[in-house]
Design a protein around this ligand. Structure first.
Ligand SMILES: O=c1[nH]cnc2c1ncn2[C@H]1C[C@H](O)[C@@H](COP(=O)(O)OP(=O)(O)O)O1
Length: 198
């Protein structure tokens, strides 16, 4: 995805038919653990390693037969995370925002977030290896490290210096800020530190 711009759901749905729509979701749960007994993990946030070596969120293209954005997203989640994803019941209320880009082709990326319990999130992680797309388009789920270690580099900054699909990096930063999963100043520092390594 080239340079993307933010637009509202209503604006996105009014775009001409030449635009394709994709929906992805950030799934997260409170995570009380401490790394090495010291560093608070705060939350478990799921992303996935894709077939193309890029990191992205679960989800994908919405097809005309899906009938709605949320139905398309739910179908993609069942394919990528397995039947356990059916229980997620994503709705318009879980919508976080949209971004669109003209290149490499006209794409609107709709983004959702869903807060789960740690047990629900673990059940999804455990069920994912049995999903239809496991080992094909999805090579595995990963948890995003939300902490930054004392060197100011390892943890979230290093994770952010990976390569991401479409606007997934922007979506991740925006969601971590809006959902208050990482304090804003820490997030800014992690973003800045990661850009030095890109
Ligand atoms: O996590 C993502 N956030 C934003 N855009 C993404 C993300 N992952 C992929 N993409 C882009 C890349 C593609 O142009 C479309 C659809 O991708 P994908 O998820 O691979 O779709 P299918 O599973 O093939 O339906 O969005």
């Amino acid at each position: 995805m080239g340079e993307s711009r933010v637009l509202s759901r209503a604006e996105a749905l009014q775009l001409e038919p030449g635009w394709r729509h994709a929906c992805h979701v950030l799934l997260c749960a409170p995570c009380p653990g401490r790394l090495r007994g010291r560093v608070p993990l705060r939350h478990a946030v799921l992303m996935q390693m894709r077939f193309d070596g890029l990191l992205g969120f679960p989800g994908g293209f919405v097809e005309p037969r899906d009938g709605s954005l949320e139905a398309g997203l739910s179908r993609e989640l069942r394919e990528e995370l397995g039947p356990g994803a059916a229980a997620l019941s994503l709705a318009e209320g879980d919508y976080l925002g949209a971004r669109c880009a003209e290149t490499p082709r006209r794409l609107v990326a709709h983004f959702y977030a869903k807060r789960l319990s740690l047990e629900q999130l673990r059940a999804l992680e455990n069920g994912a290896p049995r999903a239809e797309e496991h080992g094909l388009e999805v090579l595995g789920l990963v948890r995003v490290p939300l902490h930054t270690l004392r060197d100011g580099v390892r943890g979230l900054p290093t994770f952010l210096s990976n390569r991401f699909a479409g606007c997934a990096r922007e979506q991740l930063l925006e969601a971590l800020r809006v959902l208050r999963l990482v304090p804003e100043a820490e997030l800014r520092r992690a973003d800045a530190a990661s850009r030095k390594r890109l």
